[in-house]
Ligand binder design. Structure first.
Ligand code: FDA
Length: 367
């Protein structure tokens, strides 16, 4: 019996925004998720009063006033500004690359001094047509920044030598000749007070939701419940891996609760060196200026993906893109299924982009 207009598979941001907007237009939605919670990858787990970003650090940022106002309907945001630091060979550097970083590297005090060094190094080590990530980075930023802050971190992230990675992974390397440690250039930035769950709960208010339901295990039952399906899971899984697996890079998170009120003085600290197995440590309380007497930290390890592991970052090489295009062609022939979100589109999206994409798709569907 079709009790619902839409069955929404996946309670991540895409599914929740779609469900919220469709409900506002008088449609009846059922949202299911195979996890035991809603929110997808923005979900926060409360550990002893600290909101732990369970699937990796999430900082909201956007230049789009409309999207900023949209999320602010559901939660007030604090004025957190992402200013990560990186530890390399025992020394600490500010990110993104800016006048503070250049001072720490070379002792330069003016933009002109720093520019002269960077441009000189690009001239010496850069290539006209970089053929791999190393050549690309040397051509964009020079030798010292690359070797101190990029090379080993990137190799840990991708599990490959920089010379074996394609140049396109690094399209640009933002360089700032000002003393500004704000990682993002966007006009709006912050963390929702009370965590991302507040936004998700607001989006799902009054909507039927079932967790611990894997669509593929109860496909017949759930498909008959709704006129249309909004699918936000993996597109290759939807088509039973007909053209093979789409590959991802995975992450492993190791959490510790510590009896100290301040472990590292910053929410995000990167570890550049190859002999440190993790890429960064997140201290979650600093996202919300927490005053607790204890803290929770997460060591983030970059890992090879296998189908049993969480899929985090799509690997956008030619082979995967070819497979994705084949799946996309199948999807375009479906009349009652809407595909959306990072897994169904095999694409990395930031949160503000996924919200914009869901709003666009729901508008197209219901206007
Ligand atoms: P999401 O993965 O959140 O939701 C999909 C849901 O579908 C999941 O809950 C899943 O369980 C469910 N599902 C899948 N298959 C199913 C099935 N068969 N049956 C039922 N349910 C099923 N962005 C940003 O703006 N700032 C940031 O700082 C970060 N940081 C960040 C860190 C890391 C490590 C990653 C990987 C990503 C980020 N992001 C980010 C991006 C952000 O996480 C992303 O934009 C959204 O989570 C995407 O929302 P979706 O709804 O598309 O997917």
């Amino acid at each position: 019996m079709q009790m619902y207009d839409y069955l929404i598979v996946g309670a991540g941001l895409f599914g929740c925004v779609f469900a919220h907007e469709a409900t506002k237009k008088g449609k009846k939605c059922l949202v299911i998720d195979k996890r035991d919670h809603v929110g997808g990858n923005v979900y926060c787990e409360n550990v002893d009063g600290i909101n732990v970003h369970k699937y990796g650090a999430h900082i909201f940022h956007t230049n789009d006033k409309y999207i900023w106002d949209y999320v602010n309907q559901f939660a007030e945001f604090n004025n957190y500004v992402n200013s990560p630091v990186s530890i390399s060979k025992g020394k600490l550097y500010n990110l993104p690359f800016n006048m503070n970083t250049f001072y720490q590297l070379w002792g330069t005090k003016t933009p002109e001094e720093a520019k002269t060094i960077i441009e000189g190094q690009i001239k010496e080590h850069g290539r006209k047509n970089p053929e791999n990530l190393e050549e690309q980075a040397l051509s964009l930023i020079g030798k010292d920044v690359y070797e101190t802050l990029i090379k080993e971190y990137t190799e840990k992230q991708w599990g490959k030598k920089a010379t074996e990675l394609p140049a396109f992974i690094i399209k640009r390397l933002p360089v700032r000749y000002t003393f500004n440690n704000n990682y993002f250039n966007d006009a709006y930035q912050g963390i929702p007070k009370g965590g991302y769950n507040k936004i998700i709960d607001g989006l799902l208010e009054g909507i039927d939701v079932k967790t611990n339901v894997d669509f593929f295990e109860e496909k017949e039952t759930y498909t008959t419940l709704a006129k249309k399906i909004v699918y936000t899971g993996k597109i290759d899984e939807f088509y039973n891996y007909e053209y093979g697996n789409l590959e991802y890079r995975s992450l492993r998170f190791e959490n510790s609760r510590l009896d100290t009120d301040n472990f590292q003085g910053n929410a995000v600290v990167n570890y550049n060196d190859a002999d440190v197995p993790y890429t960064r440590i997140i201290e979650h309380k600093h996202f919300e200026f927490g005053k607790q007497e204890h803290t929770v930290i997460t060591k983030e390890y970059s890992e090879q993906w296998t189908p049993e592991k969480e899929a985090y970052y799509p690997i956008n090489n030619d082979e995967n893109q070819k497979k994705y295009q084949a799946y996309k062609t199948l999807a375009s022939k479906e009349s009652n299924i809407i595909f959306g979100g990072r897994l169904a589109e095999y694409k990395y999206y930031d949160m503000h982009q996924i919200i914009a994409s869901a709003l666009q798709k729901v508008k197209k569907e219901l206007n």
